[in-house]
Design a protein around this ligand. Structure first.
Ligand SMILES: [Zn+2]
Length: 578
């Protein structure tokens, strides 16, 4: 059953102008915790497949640099004597306990993983409500914390449970007077069970935020569509030894690596707020807590490639897509992959320090943040048909000095590396920003994905001749998806590298064809999906049906851009959803 908030079947003359559209959403699988427990019982049971024998053990001088903080964390993995991580059954039971004692908490099951494990969403709001539309009316900004998109990065998920425990405390956390808090403690429960990075099918859910090709990606998509969070914190862990040791004979040093959204077409006020309102206080919070931090960086698993890159500039990660959804969005990573339980309390404490700072900044700036959000959404929508759209870009290459530690002595060590900076994005291709896109009725798969992202998608109610720009294919090569980290244990993702020439035409459009206006707040998400040249695009990933390319033939994509507002009198739009 789908709840369709868009007026179905209406016919209106001219292009519909929707500055801030109501999302067209698919209702989530409504489940009770009881149902989740039953489902969890049906899945492979009990403790995860984490094997401490496979993990790296630091030398005593290295380990001594990371003392545990003197705090108690009341989550399952910190019960006395525990040597592994919180299981799915413990996670569900823990959440049930919180729900029983907190008046501010509602719990929903967002969906099921590929191995049928429940993915819970915790909704803290005062007064308590579960529905996104209701929360939007309470006049407070909403912060979303996502844990464990990668199964072998448990500290973010544990911190999510610890935060939920704090917010459930009686008489209740004061921050809920100013902020709504959403928590997805475990976005990838199958990966957590198998203690691997990827999903059951090997895909990386943190590269699925635009494509929504996995059940787990779709579950997270529903949170964004239904709750439209103003602030997003995506919690991960980074590798301590693997490839840093092989390439630089060193171990990672910092407690935390952080980065906000860095992607083309991101509204400037979002970046400014991320830096001034959130990152600066966050750096002070880390320093006050005795924790070290740096910008996030990673490196390829190709041991001959010594380039170190900041987090990517491609519109596919949770961090970047949340930014294009006009949210302030942070990636937070702690020093934890490959060292098992070592420093686990410190790693969870690092995430908690960050989320406390982010919540405090949100609460302090609640009104300004909501106003900024309204303004940015409006500006993105009104930019339709004006100016330029960046289609593809790359991080600039420079040199950078990295701080590592010596694996034996634990001493500081500096290494100069080739560095790709996501703070300096170079444009590779840009085009005029269209007023919208037209998709033939045959492309219903792409239309549905856009709808799942929360974009407004309309249908043509009558046949019409429409002046458009069409995409002539000039190149379509199968290739492996390029990623700043490129992990060989991940399933390789094949994409089609596409190049096109855009040329004017008049298309005979038909009743039922899809029109995706850019005068909507999600315009930059829509453009990321539909402009074909990036490796994240619907064409590159064959969500759009890709014609057979033959260099000797003239071939067009089943996709058109509308360069300007057409003669409105000729067009009738049907608002029913695809
Ligand atoms: Zn991760």
């Amino acid at each position: 059953m789908r709840s369709d908030r868009h007026p179905g079947g209406i016919r209106s003359r001219g292009l519909r102008t929707l500055a801030v559209p109501k999302p067209i959403i698919a209702a989530p699988r409504r489940g009770l915790l009881v149902a989740a427990l039953v489902l969890a019982g049906a899945a492979p049971t009990a403790h995860a497949l984490y094997d401490p024998a496979k993990e790296y053990v630091e030398t005593p001088p290295v380990a001594a640099r990371y003392p545990d903080p003197p705090i108690d964390i009341p989550t399952p993995a910190f019960k006395p004597g525990r040597t592994d991580f919180t299981s799915q059954e413990e996670l569900i039971a823990f959440i049930e306990g919180l729900a029983a004692r907190s008046a501010d908490l509602r719990v929903r099951i967002l969906g099921l993983s590929q191995e049928q494990r429940a993915i819970p969403l915790l909704i803290f709001a005062r007064p308590a409500v579960a529905d996104g539309g209701e929360i939007a009316k309470n006049g407070k900004p909403t912060v979303l914390m996502i844990g464990q998109q990668h199964g072998n990065e448990p500290a973010g998920g544990e911190a999510a449970l610890a935060l939920a425990d704090e917010l459930s405390a009686n008489p209740g956390a004061q921050v809920l007077d100013h902020v709504n808090v959403l928590i997805v403690p475990r976005a990838n429960p199958d990966g957590a069970y198998h203690f691997v990075r990827g999903l059951k099918n090997g895909a990386d859910v943190n590269r699925d935020h635009l494509l929504l090709g996995t059940p787990e990606g779709q579950a997270l998509g529903r949170v964004f569509v239904q709750y439209q969070p103003e602030v997003v914190l995506d919690c991960h862990e980074f590798g301590v030894k693997l490839r840093w040791f092989e390439k630089f004979q060193s171990l990672q040093k910092y407690d935390a690596l952080i980065q906000y959204a860095t992607v083309s077409n991101l509204p400037r006020p979002i970046t400014d707020a991320s830096e001034q309102v959130f990152r600066q206080p966050l750096l002070r919070a880390f320093a006050d807590a005795g924790l070290t931090q740096s910008w996030y960086y990673t490196s390829s698993y190709n041991m001959n490639d010594r380039t170190v890159s900041m987090g990517g500039v491609v519109p596919d990660t949770g961090r970047n897509i949340a930014g294009l959804r006009n949210a302030v969005s942070f990636l937070l990573e702690t020093r934890g992959v490959g060292i098992g339980r070592a420093h686990y309390k410190r790693r969870v404490y690092t995430h908690l320090t960050a989320i406390h700072s982010i919540l405090a900044s949100t609460a302090r700036n609640a009104g300004a943040l909501l106003a900024l959000e309204r303004q940015v959404r409006q500006e993105v929508a009104t930019a339709a048909g004006q100016g330029e759209l960046i289609v593809s870009s790359a991080a600039a290459t420079t040199r950078h000095t990295l701080d590592f530690i010596d694996p034996q002595t634990g001493d500081d060590r500096q290494v100069e590396v080739d560095w790709r900076s996501a703070l300096d994005i170079e444009t590779r291709l840009k085009r005029s920003r269209p007023i919208g896109y037209l998709l033939p009725v045959s492309e219903i798969r792409a239309a549905r994905r856009l709808r799942d992202l929360g974009a407004t998608v309309l249908r043509l109610a009558e046949d019409a001749s429409i002046p458009v720009e069409r995409y002539r294919l000039t190149r379509a090569d199968e290739s492996r998806k390029d990623d700043v980290r490129r992990n060989d244990e991940d399933a390789p993702t094949n994409v089609v590298q596409i190049a096109t020439a855009v040329e004017p035409a008049v298309v005979a459009a038909h009743r039922g064809d899809f029109y995706v206006p850019l005068d909507q707040a999600l315009a930059n998400v829509v453009a990321a999906a539909l402009e074909p040249e990036t490796q994240s695009s619907y064409a590159a990933n064959r969500v759009l049906s890709l014609p057979r390319f033959d260099a000797g033939q003239v071939t067009f994509l089943p996709l058109y851009r509308l360069p300007a507002r057409p003669n409105a009198a000729a067009l009738v739009w049907d608002g029913s959803a695809p």
